[in-house]
Design a protein around this ligand. Sequence first.
Ligand SMILES: C[S@@+](CC[C@H](N)C(=O)[O-])C[C@H]1O[C@@H](n2cnc3c(N)ncnc32)[C@H](O)[C@@H]1O
Ligand code: SF4
Length: 373
Amino acid sequence: MAGIYLHIPFCKQRCTYCDFHFSTNFGSYRKELIAALCRELELRKAEIQTEIQTIYFGGGTPSLLENEELSLILATIRANYSISETLELSLEANPEDVCEEKLSHWKKEGVNRLSIGLQSFKESDMQWMNRAHLASDGEKAVRLAQQFGFENITVDLIYGLPQLTQAEWKNHLELVTSLGISHISAYCLTVEPKTALHHQVKHNQLVTPDEETQSEQFELMIEFLKAKGFEQYEISNFAKNEQYSKHNSAYWQGVHYIGIGPSAHSFNGKQRRWNISNNSVYYKNVGVNSSWFVIEELSENEQWNELFLTGLRTKWGVSKTVIDGLNSFSKSEKDLLQHYITDGSMIETVTNFILTDAGKLRADGIASSFFRV
Ligand SMILES: C[S@@+](CC[C@H](N)C(=O)[O-])C[C@H]1O[C@@H](n2cnc3c(N)ncnc32)[C@H](O)[C@@H]1O
Ligand code: SF4
């Protein structure tokens, strides 16, 4: 089992909060960049010996791909990799790009999971976020995709925004659950360095909510979505009827994947690989098959830390077999484990250690308390 992630490093405009890798000025070299993505796919085919179960177009903004560009990338994948019959093929789409022409092309190419970036239902949020769409475009995009027969739709929301009240957040949750979708990803706003948001906060032009307000919104969301039949299978991810993201679930459970495109990561069980986060250096260097990535051998301690950081965020928790493969628990780690079980943050099953709802409220803190240095 393996997956392919493709990073499409283009965006129409720069959202104030975002520090993902993308460029808003790509018209002059987009052809070269798409050719480099295809070339990287060809160069790396020997890295994957098993069937591809998931393909994920992330970004940046994959919905900016022209139909011919998407077809070319998928044709390259089909020509070089063995694809499972039950492939999950996901594509992240920004609401302003969702139109009849693109939806029918995505359907024809086998896209069977759409991730639509709604972010908020409040019109004034779109402006300060510098989104390239209106809040109302989000709902329209979901409805249109549903008309085109997309059944597996997820949307992204952000909470913990400036001036977002509990009542407004509850209203956003009501609106999102009325869309008839099977999956929701909701992220707490993070002020990332070097973003416009960071600049505004630093210069007192904007005040973001305190941690307590953000925690209250997190708790409200968990309770609300649970009552609507959504299972929280990862800290920020909720699914109805077990319609989990196969791609992300595999990633959280340590399945191998290759990441194609500038800034994309790969993981083969022992090594992590980072592609360069620079579009022109990426396409030029891939073209001559030279220095477009770095490889890092993960030490046992790093594998351990990664296991707790990603595993504890999920409903599957961390596996005892994997823990035993990494020298099991020390005496002090066993005491820590017992402490979390006694205070109701964690439970032990026959095979795994899993956070309870109370534990999920401080998942990162609990995970980092197990870190080995
Ligand atoms: C990097 S975007 C890519 C998808 C697409 N371009 C979009 O904007 O919807 C993926 C998601 O990351 C989330 N995100 C990015 N930066 C964030 C931040 N600083 N705080 C919280 N969520 C963030 C947003 O919800 C966004 O939908
Ligand atoms: S949030 Fe999405 S659209 Fe906005 S800059 Fe980041 S990747 Fe681009």
